[in-house]
Design a protein around this ligand. Structure first.
Ligand code: BDR
Ligand code: CA
Length: 314
């Protein structure tokens, strides 16, 4: 059983990653923290609560709203053309009776890591701001968790917010740099693999036919939200009734690392030169700053297996 804390900027693809985690028998969600990005952190938390309700989850998952801006106090407005005005493709899900926990997100991450005594896997599908804040409060955090899986970055491919940078990393490059250099046992799931993995309208039509009856409302939600997302991919990439798969791939890899192949790297993130902000900077030699772990950067993935598995839980 993977015991996962998700940090997300919920987001259409974040929402699919969350629904997968809620439905996979191999995952127990230990909590969710949210961050600004695809929507505000408070909106993201509300989205998560509604999605938990939609999934009819049998156990309570604490949700904590986190950073509303970067470490430097910057908040770039949410990309409504990608994720809609509410982050989940303008789909209005029924409200949840559960309220977000009134706890600082960084404190919550540290507390859950301690409580789970080395068993916690952190999965981030947004900016790394909450995690950087947690690190500042507890520099031992990297040794308290089993693994950190980050959706973000572009190594050997172009970025999606600049030629060099991916949105989650560029959105708070300073926070990302701190996390990359902290010595977490870390897996990076970036555009190198997420841009080569696709979900299509056909997948959704198949799902409609074969899903479990109890999951029909989830499938209906995915159809609506993904229609919005497909439209963005049509306009921006020329994809027809399809999208790439960012955040769900990170969740799938957190559950089963054998889906991917990895290159071990030591790296930081450029955060000072504006033109290169968010660029991952690889280091050629083992750093002498006492870092324990190299980062496992995912360079190939079994996309067919990943997508099959993604939809198999519904
Ligand atoms: C990442 O940016 C966000 O829009 C997505 O949710 C994903 O986490 C992809 O660059
Ligand atoms: Ca995201």
């Amino acid at each position: 059983m993977r015991r996962i804390l998700l940090d997300a900027d919920t987001g259409i693809d974040d929402s699919i990653a969350l629904l997968y985690a809620l439905k996979s028998k191999n995952i127990h969600l230990e909590g969710i923290t949210t961050c600004f990005g695809n929507s505000g952190a408070a909106q993201s938390a509300d989205n998560c609560l509604r999605l938990i309700k939609l999934a009819g989850c049998s156990y309570e998952i604490p949700v904590v709203a986190g950073a509303e801006c970067s470490l430097e106090g910057v908040y770039a407005s949410a990309p409504a053309h990608i994720h809609g005005d509410n982050g989940i493709g303008n789909v209005v899900l029924p409200e949840s009776g559960q309220k977000p926990l009134e706890e600082d997100a960084a404190d919550f991450i540290i507390r859950r890591a301690k409580e789970l005594e080395g068993e916690l896997i952190l999965v981030t599908t947004g900016r790394l701001t909450n995690l950087a804040k947690a690190l500042a409060k507890d520099p031992h955090l990297p040794r308290r968790v089993k693994r950190l899986v980050v959706m973000g970055g572009a190594l050997d491919v172009f970025g999606n917010v600049s030629p060099f940078a991916e949105a989650n990393i560029a959105g708070d490059a300073k926070a990302a740099d701190q996390v990359f250099r902290a010595g977490f046992p870390m897996t990076l799931v970036g555009l190198d693999v997420t841009m080569k993995t696709f979900i299509t309208r056909q997948n959704l039509e198949d799902l409609e036919k074969y899903c479990k009856e109890e999951n029909r409302p989830i499938v209906e939600y995915m159809k609506q939200a993904l229609s919005f997302y497909f439209e963005f991919h049509r306009k921006s990439m020329g994809l027809v009734e399809a999208s790439v798969v960012h955040d769900p791939l990170a969740m799938l890899i957190a559950e089963d690392a054998t889906l991917g192949e990895y290159r071990m790297i030591y790296a930081g993130v450029e955060y000072q030169a504006p033109a290169y902000e968010g660029m991952i900077v690889k280091e050629d030699t083992i750093p002498q700053d006492g870092r324990q772990e190299a980062i496992a950067a995912c360079i190939r993935v079994d996309s067919h297996k990943a997508v099959r598995r993604l939809f198999s839980v519904f």
